[in-house]
Design a protein around this ligand. Structure first.
Ligand SMILES: *Cc1c(COP(=O)(O)O)cnc(C)c1O
Length: 399
């Protein structure tokens, strides 16, 4: 089968998007969700909530449709949402962001990331530094942008990077350093020392920091600190976030990126030919969400932390070694003591064995770096309490 242009085939294959026979490679997420459906398992594989978000936000979207917000919105986003994002960054972080020139609304954080990579990568010698394990779209987007992926390992038990290893990877060819904090899949929140070193290295090598902060409101132990608030960082940082995780509206795909006006303009030049615009009726609804009282954001974090505790207790009782997350949707657990030293095989068998689906951490790691993560599995805590309790009952059958 040779219908694909060679260059596309190379980049797509490099990103693992193609299977060797030229078809779109099935992802582990699709495979596990199919197994979960077939076996009527509790699906803790994919990370989406099974409950609706705030009623005021849902109602605002219905109102917007009724009032005719059904055509192309402005290219950078509707003014009300741009203003709400700017207000939000000032209210929570003291950041000063110009709504007219320094923000771009995107089709989720995913488009913000991909458009940023496509906009800022010059050629195949450009390197993008990524912390591993990483959110699955990162390596694919780096490959599609034609850049080289350089990885820095996050090491158990706290999944912080080693500062010497980080300094050894960032160099003259580093165009972008891609950060995800709070982190998916490990639940790590970077320490102030790691954040400061990132800014120091980016400044030294004139690199741009791209930070994916979709879990900014799900940080459990300390208030979230955007890298852009560190001294000297804002001028070289693109901050990405999304409404999906904060308001349980993952299907709406309203995201945004903010940073220096020139960089935002560069990202806009790509975005306008990817999707042009998106979500006309959802944009005003997310503006409502971003202006909700502090109690909403506080409760969202407290509720998620409670769910992690339930899930963590159940996993420990079942014999897993659990790494308590500091933020985000996911708990990571080591299945080695349960015969799961090969977590990929363990996860493939789990739906049939006890009726629970999970994802091996190997899905978030490049093939040559699998070893330190071999026994680890990722489980989503963003499910109803009854669902997590049922998962716990089922997992206890592993003993
Ligand atoms: C869910 C998720 C995204 C995707 O966000 P969208 O707004 O749905 O595109 C990006 N990054 C991380 C780390 C995520 O967990």
């Amino acid at each position: 089968m040779d219908v694909l242009p060679g260059a596309w085939r190379r980049t797509a294959a490099g990103a693992g998007l193609l299977s060797p026979d030229g078809r779109v490679a099935p992802t582990i997420f699709a495979e596990m969700s199919a197994a979960a459906a077939r076996t009527e398992s509790v699906n803790l594989g994919q990370g989406f909530p099974d409950e609706d978000g705030p009623a005021a936000v849902l109602e605002a979207a219905r109102d917007a449709i009724a009032q005719g917000a059904n055509q192309y919105p402005p290219g950078r986003g509707i003014p009300d949402l741009l203003a709400a994002i700017s207000e939000h960054q000032r209210r929570f972080y003291g950041l000063d962001v110009d709504p007219d020139t320094e923000i771009l609304v995107t089709a989720g954080a995913t488009e913000a990331l991909t458009a940023t990579l496509l906009a800022l990568i010059d050629g195949p010698d450009d390197e993008v530094v990524v912390f591993e394990p990483y959110y699955d779209s990162y390596a694919a987007a780096v490959a599609l942008a034609g850049a080289r992926l350089r990885t820095v390992p996050l090491r158990r038990p706290d999944f912080q990077p080693d500062l010497d290893e980080l300094a050894a990877v960032v160099g003259e060819r580093t165009r972008l350093i891609l950060v995800n904090d709070p982190h998916n899949p490990t639940g790590a929140v970077f320490t102030p020392e790691v954040q400061a070193e990132l800014v120091r290295l980016a400044t030294l090598h004139d690199a741009v920091i791209v930070t994916d902060e979709v879990y900014e409101h799900l940080s459990f132990h300390s208030p979230h600190v955007p890298i852009a608030t560190l001294p000297g960082a804002a001028e070289r940082t693109l901050t990405i976030s999304s409404a999906g995780k904060t308001f349980s509206t993952t299907g709406w795909k309203i995201g945004w990126v903010h940073g220096p006006a020139a960089l935002i303009t560069a990202v806009l030049t790509v975005k306008q030919f990817l999707t042009y615009v998106n979500g006309s009726a959802f944009q005003p609804a997310i503006a409502v969400g971003l202006r909700l009282p502090d109690a909403y954001f506080h409760d969202a974090a407290a509720t998620m932390q409670h769910k992690h505790r339930l899930l963590g207790d159940a996993l420990r009782a079942a014999g897993f070694d659990v790494f308590a997350p500091q933020g985000g949707y996911f708990t990571v657990a080591d299945a080695t003591a349960l015969g799961g030293a090969d977590a990929a095989a363990f996860c493939r068998a789990l739906p049939e064995r006890v009726g629970v689906a999970a994802i091996p951490i190997s899905a978030f790691v490049t093939p040559e770096n699998q070893q330190p993560y071999a026994g680890l599995v990722r489980l989503a805590a963003c499910k109803r309490v009854e669902v997590l309790e049922e998962a716990g009952r089922r997992l206890s059958g592993l003993r």
